[in-house]
Every structure is written in structure tokens, then in C-alpha cells.
Design a protein around this ligand. Structure first.
Ligand SMILES: [Cu+2]
Length: 179
């Protein structure tokens, strides 16, 4: 009898614990969360552009909560003549970037992060500078989920993330970086 009681107790405790853990691990519902079909877009941000820079980057996190794959195929923004989906990668020791002609796959159950040094949105021919603190509307286009407008939170020039932590020295990048 005593053993049974103990077991019951530990199961109850384990359940309570698992419940708490699940709560802790669950992504908090953010005010800047945007949904497009089964896709959930969070942490959309950009960097202020220095001087007369005509190009800007866009970063965001896309989670596919559905059961079918989708693709981020392009975008548009009032502030830019053109928005492309790019990949940045090391090629023979040189950092290069290239447009993803077929778009960026968002597999079901997966989360894809567009971040400095990897996948990113590239805005061309900016009509004006991106300023820290701006909320920049950008319309994303997905193969299945269609078009959705998000807002990029513009951080400082050297920001490495949406919270503005870390810095990156653009001057250290190879000058033959392909755009
Ligand atoms: Cu790029």
C-alpha cells in the first residue's frame, strides 16, 4: 500500500513538473507575431543604413506549424525598388551572397531563421535611409501562404539581433562580396 501511494505521488509530481516545463518552454505570444496561414513570423528586424547606402537587409524568424512545406519566394517594400531572398555563405574562404531563385523552403514543423551571416532579405535601391527605431513595412510573398505584410524593427547600424546585442564590423567583410 505504501509503495502504491508513493508511486501515485511521484506520477502526480512528474505530471505537474512536465506541465510547468511545457509552460516555460512555450514561446510567449508576442505582440509582433504575424500569422500567414500555417506560418508564424516573429522577430522581424533590420539595421539602420549608414550614409547613402542603397541596400538594406531584413531578418526574421518563420515557423511552419502546418503539415505541408512552403517557400518564401520574394517580397516588396515601399522604401525599396526590389526585395530579394538571399543566402550568405562561405565559398572557398570568401563570404558571398546570392539570391535564392527558387525561394527559401520552410518545411513543416521547422523554424527558419533569417539572420546576419545566413539567409536574409535584401532591399535594393532604398529611397531613403533606414533609421534606428523605424518600423519598416515589408510584404513577404510565400508560395502557398501568399502575401503578408510584416514590420521590420530597425536597430542600430551594427546590430546582430533584434535585441540589438553584439556588433559586426562591415569593413572587415571582403570587398568582393557579391550583392
Ligand atoms: Cu544579400
Amino acid at each position: 500500500m505504501q509503495i502504491m501511494k508513493l508511486r501515485l505521488m511521484s506520477i502526480t509530481r512528474a505530471t505537474a513538473c512536465a506541465f510547468l516545463m511545457a509552460n516555460l518552454l512555450a514561446t510567449p505570444l508576442r505582440a509582433d507575431e504575424v500569422k500567414a496561414g500555417d506560418l508564424v513570423i516573429t522577430q522581424a528586424w533590420s539595421r539602420a543604413t549608414p550614409g547613402g547606402a542603397k541596400i538594406g537587409g531584413g531578418y526574421l524568424t518563420i515557423e511552419n506549424k502546418g503539415s505541408t512545406p512552403d517557400r518564401l519566394i520574394g517580397g516588396s517594400a515601399d522604401i525599396a525598388a526590389k526585395v530579394e531572398v538571399h543566402e550568405m555563405a562561405m565559398n572557398n574562404g570568401v563570404m558571398t551572397m546570392r539570391p535564392l531563385d527558387r525561394g527559401l523552403a520552410i518545411e513543416p514543423g521547422k523554424t527558419v531563421k533569417l539572420a546576419p551571416g545566413g539567409y536574409h532579405l535584401m532591399m535594393f535601391e532604398l529611397k531613403g535611409p533606414l533609421k534606428q527605431g523605424d518600423k519598416l513595412p515589408v510584404t513577404l510573398e510565400f508560395e502557398k501562404a501568399g502575401k503578408v505584410t510584416i514590420s521590420l524593427d530597425v536597430q542600430g547600424v551594427g546590430a546582430q539581433g533584434p535585441a540589438g546585442a553584439g556588433k559586426m564590423d562591415m569593413k572587415k567583410m571582403p570587398s568582393d562580396m557579391k550583392m
